[in-house]
Design a binder for this molecule. Structure first.
Ligand code: GAP
Length: 543
């Protein structure tokens, strides 16, 4: 069973050290997340795979790491100061401030064409506050998404030291176009790639790491001659889609969606979204836009821009004239891609049926838990609703839903209900014996590549051989760990749950002939390989 709710992924991420709520010792900071020991490995592997594919494996790309803080004028001339905003309306009745375009889309069944259309609908009382239903809404106003800060030791109170935390990494690439062109002696077409943090004061962050206020982008600006832009755009759409598929993403979960004219950003001639079927529905994973010559012209000295020091243009040797390149921009989110790979890889399965009387006992307890939550006072309505519907669905589907019960048993809020202790007392043992959770991550993305176990931890010869094998694998550049903290079956289960593709067991035969068992995460098949040849064999499987 793949992950049917984001809660399942959130629960696994917290339980196994992928992602933690940020600043949790002070109660957290809404929609802000920290990547834990396994999460940082996974996300680094996603970024590394992207860099390898778009920089190292191509001859027409360069890399860049521009500063987050940039001259404010960058954002003035890029258009972000004037236009990078969401329309907000205030409900005079309940004092909430919803996003007016979302209210319009939900209630009229289509996206609005602009602020004027939203305000016409507000004035005609055609749309209502999503919280209280009142139609007494103020006209929608744009709310800029850029975070402001100031440079220098004193905040003078005016805007003289104002800078923004960049809302996209792209502008760092545009303003370095001339530097890269000159220093690397590039001819068109060529591109510049960058990975880095971006910040947006999102009005409605949420869905775990899908939409946050601080996130990482993996962006390419690919410069071409005008007229060659449309073919380059199509080529990048195919290339980027293929990247996700090659890293194991299921074809049926990935689709290409053409943005409609009214959705296009102010700079785009055309934009195509790669969408992934997240548990909450089809949502954007990556946008691939044709930004034309908008940005290079915007940052070039002209009557509209007297502040720029020069022009961002290209001397075409063939045509013997200067031209301003067009730009194709594949823009992906590292956090979103990481979340999509996690959702796609997740599977929980019942490996054998528990006895009927155990299932019946557990069902009664889970139903009793749902009733207790329903009666609980002082619990936030959304939490209550989530717990009750999860528990009811689990109770109705047992024993098939046993894997999902694991998530519920580990849910912090569920733990505050007394009867959960009884659910755990019975459920943990049944789940442990009858289920398996696996992350079928591509071996190149998996946080750990290989785990080495001695068959018996109290046999010094097995322990020494296992430890030295682990060291050899580490020296060969593989992410390898040693573990002897449980029985082999339990250790396999732990590694399956975090997506480790291979587990190696050192046993008594290993002492005689230097062979070990290699167990494959997905097929659960075991084979015997020679220990000295292991690093080469596993490295070649990673290629
Ligand atoms: N330079 C173009 C640009 O920034 P975008 O569609 O706004 O385009 C590109 O962002 C990608 O960045 C998105 O497809 C998504 O993967 C990621 N992204 C954007 N906003 C995000 C947010 N608030 N949280 C997480 N990822 C985000």
């Amino acid at each position: 069973m793949p992950a049917t709710s984001l809660d399942t992924i959130v629960s696994l991420c917290k339980r196994r050290g992928f992602v933690f709520p940020s600043s949790s010792v002070y109660g957290g900071l809404g929609s802000t997340w920290d990547y834990g020991p396994l999460g940082v490995e996974l996300k680094n592997n996603v970024k590394r795979a992207w860099w390898r594919s778009v920089v190292h494996e191509r001859d027409d790309m360069e890399g860049l790491d521009a500063a987050i803080l940039m001259n404010r004028l960058v954002w003035k001339y890029s258009g972000h100061e004037a236009t990078f905003s969401d329309p907000m309306t205030d409900c005079r009745a309940c004092k909430t401030r919803p996003r007016a375009d979302h209210v319009f889309a939900a209630q009229k069944g289509r996206d609005p064409k602009g602020l004027a259309e939203i305000n016409a609908a507000i004035e005609a009382k055609e749309i209502a506050c999503p919280k209280c239903g009142s139609k007494d809404l103020t006209p929608a106003r744009p709310f800029n998404l850029m975070f402001r800060t100031s440079v220098g030791p004193v905040d003078s109170g005016d805007d003289s030291g104002l800078v923004y935390l960049r809302p996209e990494t792209a502008q760092g690439i545009f303003v370095n176009f001339g530097n890269v062109l000159d220093t690397m002696r590039r001819k068109l077409p060529f591109g510049i790639a960058q990975v880095g943090k971006a910040f947006r004061n999102e009005i409605t962050p949420g869905n775990f790491t899908f939409r946050t206020r601080e996130f990482e982008q993996m962006e390419i600006e690919y410069f071409v001659r005008p007229g060659e832009d449309e073919a380059a755009h199509d080529a990048w759409i195919a290339e980027r889609k293929n990247w996700y598929l090659q890293l194991g993403m299921r074809k049926e979960n990935l689709r290409v969606r053409e943005q409609e004219k009214h959705e296009l950003a102010h700079y785009a001639k055309r934009c195509v979204d790669l969408e992934y079927l997240f548990p909450m529905g089809w949502s954007e994973l990556e946008g691939i836009a044709n930004r034309t010559d908008f940005d290079l012209r915007a940052h070039s000295r002209s009557p509209e821009n007297p502040d720029a020091v020069g022009e961002l243009k290209y001397f075409d040797q063939e045509q013997k004239k200067h031209l301003v390149p067009y730009v194709i921009e594949p823009s992906a989110g590292a956090d979103r891609a990481t979340l999509a790979f996690l959702c796609d890889a997740y599977e929980d399965a019942l490996v054998k049926e528990p006895p009927a009387e155990e299932t019946a006992k557990l069902r009664d307890l889970v139903e009793s838990f749902a009733r207790s939550v329903g009666r609980r006072e002082g619990m936030a309505a959304d939490v209550k609703q989530r717990l009750v519907s999860a528990a009811e669905a689990i109770a109705a589907g047992l024993p098939a839903t046993l894997p999902r019960l694991i998530g519920l048993m580990e849910d912090g809020e569920a733990g505050s209900i007394e009867v959960m202790k009884k659910v755990r007392g019975v459920g943990e043992k049944i789940a442990e014996e009858h289920t398996r959770t696996v992350l079928h991550l591509h071996p190149r993305l998996a946080p750990l590549t290989v785990a080495v176990f001695p068959l018996k931890r109290n046999d010094a010869r097995l322990v020494e051989l296992a430890r030295s094998l682990k060291r050899d694998l580490q020296k060969a550049g593989l992410r390898a760990v040693y573990d002897d903290t449980g029985a082999i079956g339990k250790l396999y289960r732990r590694q399956d749950e975090i997506g480790t593709p291979w587990c190696i067991t050192v046993d008594f035969q290993s002492l005689e002939d230097q062979t070990v068992t290699v167990r494959d995460r997905d097929s659960m098949q075991q084979e015997r390989l020679k220990a000295p040849e292991l690093a080469t064999a596993l490295t070649s499987r990673l290629a």
